[in-house]
Design a protein around this ligand. Sequence first.
Ligand code: SER
Length: 871
Amino acid sequence: MKSQDIRKQFLEYFKSKSHSIVPSAPMVIKDDPTLMFTNAGMNQFKEFFLGNSIPKNNRVTDTQKCLRVSGKHNDLEEVGHDTYHHTMFEMLGNWSFGDYFKEEAINWAWELLTEVFKINPENLYVSVFEGSEDRDNLGLDTEALELWKKIVPEDRIIYGNKKDNFWEMGDQGPCGPCSEIHIDIRSEVEKAKAPGRDLVNMDHPQVVEIWNLVFMQYNRKANGDLEELPAKHIDTGMGFERLCMVLQNKQSNYDTDVFTPLLNEIEKITGVQYGKSEDSNIAMRVIADHVRAVAFSIADGQLPSNTGAGYVIRRILRRAIRYGFTFLNTKEPFIYKLVPVLSEQMGVAFPELKSQQGLMENVIREEEASFLRTLEQGLVLLENLMKDSKDKTISGEKAFELYDTFGFPIDLTALILRENGYELDEKGFEAELKKQKDRSREATAVSAGDWIDLNEVEEDTFIGYDQLEAEVKVAKYRKVESKKKGEMYQVVLNKTPFYPEGGGQVGDKGIILSSDGEVVDVVDTKKENNLIVHFTKELPRNTDADFKAIVNKTERSNTASNHTATHLLHQALRSILGTHVEQKGSMVQSGYLRFDFSHFSKVTSEELEKVETFVNARIRENLSLEEQRNISYQEAIDQGAIALFGEKYGDSVRAIRFGDSMELCGGIHVRNTSDIWYFKITGESAVASGIRRIEAISGEAAMEYFEEQTNILEEIKSGLKNANDPVKAINNLQDENIALKRQVESLLKDKAKNLKSELKQEVKNVNGINFLSKRVDLDAAGIKDLAFQLGEEIDDLFLLFGTEQNGKALLSCYISKDLVKEKDLNAGQIVRELGKYIQGGGGGQPFFATAGGKKPDGLNEALQKAESFIK
Ligand code: SER
């Protein structure tokens, strides 16, 4: 069975049990502060489990792209070393939101595996939660046990502890006991040696978990307590790649058709055969695995970067590069060449891979090239460290510096040191690493208390498209403390006109005014698991009071202006540069806007001008906002609306149209494009390979910009003779300036010439030395020039010149080279000594030196003293 068919059959099975098939949510999460990446199929449904919103269908099924590389579920270090863990993997799942519970979940899972997929039931083991005697004090899951007993012989039921049989997504949130299904795919000979049940959960590569059935019935609160959920749910997750391994009769996930095309391509590129040695096998598996994680995340809009989710992605890619570098001897970028294979193979199930292929290739190639440079540089640094080491040991501090400042991987450092007979102070390194982690944890630590519930949150809680003020109640609140922002409160209202940050647009600011006159500032608004959370510095004294929520209108209308301008900019770019332009990020706030998009070269100034003109033409066309609030996703797309990759869209969406610009968007817009007044681009730059950024302003900010520019112009004009044509006047001034400079230069030359012949007359003979000490009116360069010219014409010359320029004194001393030798004279020493008369110092060479000082009055004395050096 091909992997594509396995995926399809899973979904079809649950469709036949009245589940609706839904698309995978993006792998990169944007609106949940507790998670960076989707780490389980249930993430996108968290709000349903918590009762924050009501699902349209209470039975759904999907295949979800997951990434387990950070936080509670982190498999990164195992990946490649074993044959069944992955960074990015697909999780097949079926869900019940308050509908069916354990009985159906268990029976269907069993039926699908044994009757549809025809897995021999004798190879399967199941587990049930045995209970726990810790603070949760939970009992044995007898309900699941009794259900399993009906279909599985008791000797294949395993009692599991909390670690294996109680599933939690993170430190907080919905959770519950679970039953896992494990499979034993060992050969009959191996099976005879040890019973399969002894190998369950023992990290045996051929006795692995394939499916986890979670019975969601609790919510883990911030204080660690469990509370019963209002309704009971089912959340199951089956590892797609492992299922493929089983159904394709393979011993490793990497031998299935999910990975073989990638491994074949790696073989072709590197010339190394998979299976040749353990080291190269690991490297090839790492690369085949990691390219998927990186490519999927770029397709979701998350590029490698230096912070947050982007940094995690960068590190995954770097891990792959360094395995290739060390074990496959790859010194040139090559991982990007796997992208076409991946998109060919998975592009049907995940069309974003096809449409984003060019971008993925470019970004990966660029990252590879730059990290390979880092590796080369790191090797040189490491070699120097080895050379400098006296005891054949490299300190943890030095290794950490290499790792932290230069991005050089520590395991590579360790390997190279070992190969050269050096030792790494690993403990020292770990200590440095820990110090750094503690620092950053401390800086970002946020602790949130539990929500205090006061009132219901209304179903259509956001009313801010139509209202900027509303009579509201506090629905819930909690206290949060962070190192960065100190103590804050988060307040959820029963309904709110405040727009929560999203779609690139910042959250609204404003106030909450209580009926007894107390004012609480709302400094930001964000969404969390479908709750709209208002961030405040204080909590209202009486949370039960009636409140008026009032959005800051100026900020809101400036932001709306920039948001609509962003749509028009997007339209302009697609129409002027081409439809390859796709939004890759945006930031819309009251002061300015920023728009990132795919495009492979710098946008020229002519193109930028055209873009500006295009947008301003739409503004002047007075296009009215046409908004469709609850339109089906498909209908909007059919009407020509643009959707963004990596965005999660529900079945019904909001479409925003201004003339021919139509986008799916939840943000705030102007009523009419004329409200934008004017659009002005202020910057164009590169964000990454193949991604450009335009920064711009509109509305009030554009008005201020022009006012400022006009003021500058007025000021310039006021200083000009011909104020009617300032450009011409400035050009004239510049021409005049050039002509004058030339004149000055030639005059100075003449002056120096005259001066030279005058000075020649004044040179006198002192003790057989041609001596002159004099004040001249030239700049430093002129004096030097003059001294050397005189030196060429007069032998055995000793010169001391003094000059005053801009209130400062300068002494320059020239001595013919023969004199320096024969009479042991040194100009450097002489000016240093004479420097004291002008309160300064200096130096130079024995035949020419200068000293500067802040006391021009002392020049004469210094000049008089000159003769004493040769007397
Ligand atoms: N949430 C469970 C898991 O991730 C089942 O989907 O294993």
